[in-house]
Design a protein around this ligand. Structure first.
Ligand code: HEC
Length: 187
Protein backbone atom coordinates (compact mmCIF):
# COMPACT_ATOMS: atom_id res chain seq x y z
CA UNK A 1 0.00 0.00 0.00
CA UNK A 2 2.78 2.37 1.04
CA UNK A 3 4.67 1.50 -2.14
CA UNK A 4 1.67 2.39 -4.27
CA UNK A 5 1.27 5.70 -2.44
CA UNK A 6 4.95 6.50 -3.00
CA UNK A 7 4.62 5.61 -6.66
CA UNK A 8 1.61 7.90 -6.94
CA UNK A 9 3.53 10.70 -5.23
CA UNK A 10 6.42 10.28 -7.62
CA UNK A 11 4.03 10.38 -10.58
CA UNK A 12 2.38 13.53 -9.21
CA UNK A 13 5.77 15.10 -8.66
CA UNK A 14 6.94 14.26 -12.17
CA UNK A 15 3.69 15.69 -13.50
CA UNK A 16 4.15 18.89 -11.53
CA UNK A 17 7.74 19.35 -12.67
CA UNK A 18 6.74 18.74 -16.29
CA UNK A 19 3.89 21.27 -15.99
CA UNK A 20 6.20 23.85 -14.42
CA UNK A 21 8.70 23.20 -17.20
CA UNK A 22 6.01 23.81 -19.82
CA UNK A 23 5.00 27.06 -18.12
CA UNK A 24 8.64 28.20 -18.08
CA UNK A 25 9.13 27.30 -21.74
CA UNK A 26 5.94 29.20 -22.65
CA UNK A 27 7.04 32.21 -20.59
CA UNK A 28 10.50 32.15 -22.21
CA UNK A 29 8.93 31.92 -25.64
CA UNK A 30 6.70 34.88 -24.81
CA UNK A 31 9.67 36.94 -23.63
CA UNK A 32 11.61 35.98 -26.74
CA UNK A 33 8.66 36.98 -28.90
CA UNK A 34 8.30 40.36 -27.15
CA UNK A 35 12.04 40.99 -27.45
CA UNK A 36 11.96 40.05 -31.11
CA UNK A 37 9.00 42.37 -31.78
CA UNK A 38 10.86 45.21 -30.05
CA UNK A 39 13.93 44.47 -32.10
CA UNK A 40 11.95 44.59 -35.35
CA UNK A 41 10.22 47.85 -34.36
CA UNK A 42 13.57 49.45 -33.54
CA UNK A 43 15.15 48.19 -36.77
CA UNK A 44 12.10 49.50 -38.65
CA UNK A 45 12.78 53.02 -37.37
CA UNK A 46 16.49 52.71 -38.18
CA UNK A 47 15.91 51.77 -41.81
CA UNK A 48 12.96 54.03 -42.73
CA UNK A 49 14.49 56.19 -45.50
CA UNK A 50 12.07 59.11 -44.99
CA UNK A 51 10.89 61.19 -42.02
CA UNK A 52 7.77 59.69 -40.45
CA UNK A 53 4.69 61.57 -39.28
CA UNK A 54 3.59 59.76 -36.12
CA UNK A 55 0.74 62.09 -35.25
CA UNK A 56 -2.39 60.02 -34.55
CA UNK A 57 -0.57 56.77 -35.34
CA UNK A 58 0.44 53.75 -33.30
CA UNK A 59 4.27 54.06 -33.10
CA UNK A 60 4.86 50.33 -32.54
CA UNK A 61 2.80 49.45 -35.62
CA UNK A 62 4.59 52.10 -37.69
CA UNK A 63 8.00 50.66 -36.70
CA UNK A 64 6.94 47.11 -37.42
CA UNK A 65 5.39 48.24 -40.70
CA UNK A 66 8.65 49.86 -41.72
CA UNK A 67 10.47 46.62 -40.97
CA UNK A 68 8.00 44.62 -43.09
CA UNK A 69 8.11 47.13 -45.97
CA UNK A 70 11.85 47.88 -45.97
CA UNK A 71 13.47 44.66 -44.74
CA UNK A 72 11.01 41.96 -45.85
CA UNK A 73 8.44 42.98 -48.46
CA UNK A 74 10.71 44.85 -50.91
CA UNK A 75 7.80 47.20 -51.68
CA UNK A 76 10.33 49.91 -52.54
CA UNK A 77 12.00 47.65 -55.11
CA UNK A 78 8.95 48.10 -57.36
CA UNK A 79 7.14 51.14 -55.97
CA UNK A 80 10.05 53.64 -55.90
CA UNK A 81 11.26 54.96 -59.26
CA UNK A 82 14.17 54.62 -59.52
CA UNK A 83 14.71 52.65 -56.33
CA UNK A 84 18.08 54.20 -55.42
CA UNK A 85 19.36 57.77 -55.26
CA UNK A 86 22.19 58.73 -57.64
CA UNK A 87 25.45 57.22 -56.36
CA UNK A 88 23.54 54.95 -53.96
CA UNK A 89 23.01 51.80 -56.01
CA UNK A 90 24.20 48.74 -54.06
CA UNK A 91 24.15 46.65 -57.25
CA UNK A 92 27.02 48.85 -58.47
CA UNK A 93 28.91 48.34 -55.23
CA UNK A 94 27.86 51.75 -53.91
CA UNK A 95 26.57 52.40 -50.40
CA UNK A 96 22.80 51.87 -50.48
CA UNK A 97 20.77 55.08 -50.56
CA UNK A 98 17.03 54.81 -51.20
CA UNK A 99 15.51 57.46 -53.48
CA UNK A 100 13.74 59.32 -50.66
CA UNK A 101 12.29 62.04 -52.93
CA UNK A 102 10.08 59.53 -54.76
CA UNK A 103 9.89 56.87 -52.05
CA UNK A 104 6.97 54.47 -52.67
CA UNK A 105 5.39 56.94 -55.10
CA UNK A 106 5.21 54.35 -57.89
CA UNK A 107 5.98 54.86 -61.57
CA UNK A 108 8.14 51.81 -62.32
CA UNK A 109 7.11 50.16 -65.59
CA UNK A 110 6.56 46.43 -65.98
CA UNK A 111 5.49 46.01 -69.61
CA UNK A 112 1.96 47.45 -69.79
CA UNK A 113 1.75 47.77 -65.98
CA UNK A 114 3.00 50.56 -63.77
CA UNK A 115 3.50 50.37 -60.02
CA UNK A 116 1.13 52.64 -58.10
CA UNK A 117 1.73 55.53 -55.76
CA UNK A 118 1.40 54.18 -52.21
CA UNK A 119 2.01 57.49 -50.41
CA UNK A 120 -0.75 59.21 -48.39
CA UNK A 121 -3.62 61.00 -50.03
CA UNK A 122 -5.68 62.89 -47.45
CA UNK A 123 -3.72 60.98 -44.81
CA UNK A 124 -4.58 57.50 -46.14
CA UNK A 125 -2.28 55.34 -48.29
CA UNK A 126 -3.46 56.04 -51.82
CA UNK A 127 -6.62 57.33 -50.15
CA UNK A 128 -7.60 53.76 -49.22
CA UNK A 129 -9.17 52.77 -45.90
CA UNK A 130 -7.63 49.80 -44.09
CA UNK A 131 -10.58 47.62 -45.16
CA UNK A 132 -9.86 48.48 -48.81
CA UNK A 133 -6.12 47.98 -48.43
CA UNK A 134 -6.71 44.60 -46.78
CA UNK A 135 -9.07 43.58 -49.59
CA UNK A 136 -6.49 44.57 -52.25
CA UNK A 137 -3.73 42.53 -50.62
CA UNK A 138 -5.94 39.52 -49.83
CA UNK A 139 -7.68 39.29 -53.23
CA UNK A 140 -5.52 41.22 -55.72
CA UNK A 141 -8.60 43.09 -56.93
CA UNK A 142 -7.73 46.41 -58.56
CA UNK A 143 -10.12 48.82 -56.87
CA UNK A 144 -9.05 51.53 -59.34
CA UNK A 145 -9.95 49.36 -62.40
CA UNK A 146 -7.01 50.86 -64.27
CA UNK A 147 -6.74 48.17 -66.93
CA UNK A 148 -10.06 46.36 -67.50
CA UNK A 149 -8.63 44.97 -70.77
CA UNK A 150 -6.40 42.71 -68.60
CA UNK A 151 -9.15 41.78 -66.16
CA UNK A 152 -9.93 42.87 -62.62
CA UNK A 153 -6.74 41.65 -60.91
CA UNK A 154 -3.48 43.44 -60.18
CA UNK A 155 -0.59 42.05 -62.20
CA UNK A 156 3.12 41.86 -61.22
CA UNK A 157 2.26 42.92 -57.65
CA UNK A 158 3.05 39.87 -55.43
CA UNK A 159 -0.34 39.82 -53.70
CA UNK A 160 -0.55 36.00 -54.06
CA UNK A 161 2.32 35.93 -51.55
CA UNK A 162 1.36 38.90 -49.36
CA UNK A 163 -2.21 37.59 -49.01
CA UNK A 164 -0.90 35.04 -46.49
CA UNK A 165 0.19 37.72 -44.01
CA UNK A 166 -1.64 38.16 -40.71
CA UNK A 167 -4.12 41.01 -40.28
CA UNK A 168 -1.73 42.38 -37.65
CA UNK A 169 1.15 42.60 -40.14
CA UNK A 170 -1.09 44.13 -42.81
CA UNK A 171 -2.26 46.69 -40.27
CA UNK A 172 1.38 47.50 -39.47
CA UNK A 173 2.22 47.99 -43.17
CA UNK A 174 -0.85 50.18 -43.56
CA UNK A 175 0.03 52.25 -40.51
CA UNK A 176 3.55 52.79 -41.89
CA UNK A 177 2.20 53.82 -45.31
CA UNK A 178 0.10 56.44 -43.50
CA UNK A 179 3.20 57.84 -41.80
CA UNK A 180 5.45 58.38 -44.85
CA UNK A 181 5.46 61.73 -46.68
CA UNK A 182 3.23 62.19 -49.75
CA UNK A 183 5.34 62.13 -52.93
CA UNK A 184 5.05 62.19 -56.71
CA UNK A 185 6.24 59.32 -58.91
CA UNK A 186 9.80 59.55 -60.19
CA UNK A 187 10.35 60.23 -63.91
C1 HEC B 1 7.40 42.91 -58.02
C2 HEC B 1 7.02 44.32 -57.93
C3 HEC B 1 6.16 44.74 -56.75
C4 HEC B 1 6.41 44.58 -55.42
C5 HEC B 1 7.59 43.88 -54.76
C6 HEC B 1 5.32 45.22 -54.72
N1 HEC B 1 4.42 45.74 -55.61
FE1 HEC B 1 2.65 46.62 -55.19
N2 HEC B 1 2.22 46.79 -57.16
C7 HEC B 1 3.10 46.51 -58.17
C8 HEC B 1 2.49 46.84 -59.45
C9 HEC B 1 3.14 46.70 -60.82
C10 HEC B 1 1.19 47.32 -59.16
C11 HEC B 1 0.12 47.73 -60.17
C12 HEC B 1 -0.35 46.45 -60.85
C13 HEC B 1 -1.35 46.62 -61.94
O1 HEC B 1 -1.57 47.75 -62.40
O2 HEC B 1 -1.93 45.61 -62.36
C14 HEC B 1 1.05 47.29 -57.70
C15 HEC B 1 -0.06 47.66 -57.00
C16 HEC B 1 -0.14 47.76 -55.63
C17 HEC B 1 -1.29 48.20 -54.90
C18 HEC B 1 -2.63 48.60 -55.48
C19 HEC B 1 -2.75 50.08 -55.41
C20 HEC B 1 -4.09 50.55 -55.83
O3 HEC B 1 -4.17 51.33 -56.80
O4 HEC B 1 -5.07 50.22 -55.20
C21 HEC B 1 -0.96 48.21 -53.57
C22 HEC B 1 -1.83 48.61 -52.39
C23 HEC B 1 0.41 47.74 -53.48
N3 HEC B 1 0.86 47.49 -54.75
C24 HEC B 1 1.11 47.65 -52.29
C25 HEC B 1 2.36 47.03 -52.18
C26 HEC B 1 3.02 46.78 -50.92
C27 HEC B 1 2.49 47.21 -49.57
C28 HEC B 1 4.16 46.11 -51.22
C29 HEC B 1 5.18 45.55 -50.26
C30 HEC B 1 4.68 44.74 -49.16
C31 HEC B 1 4.21 45.95 -52.66
N4 HEC B 1 3.11 46.53 -53.20
C32 HEC B 1 5.23 45.30 -53.35
C33 HEC B 1 4.35 45.93 -58.05
C34 HEC B 1 4.91 45.50 -56.87
Amino acid sequence: MKMIRNALNVTALVGLVTALGAVTVAANAQTAQATHDQWRIKRGYQIAPVPLDLKGKNPALVGLGSYLVNAVGDCSGCHTNPEFAPGGDPYLGQKKKINAAHYLAGGQKFGPFTSRNLTPENGLPEGHTFAEFRKIIRTGIDLEHLHPQFGPLLQVMPWPTYQEMSDYDLRAIYEYLRAIPPAKPGP
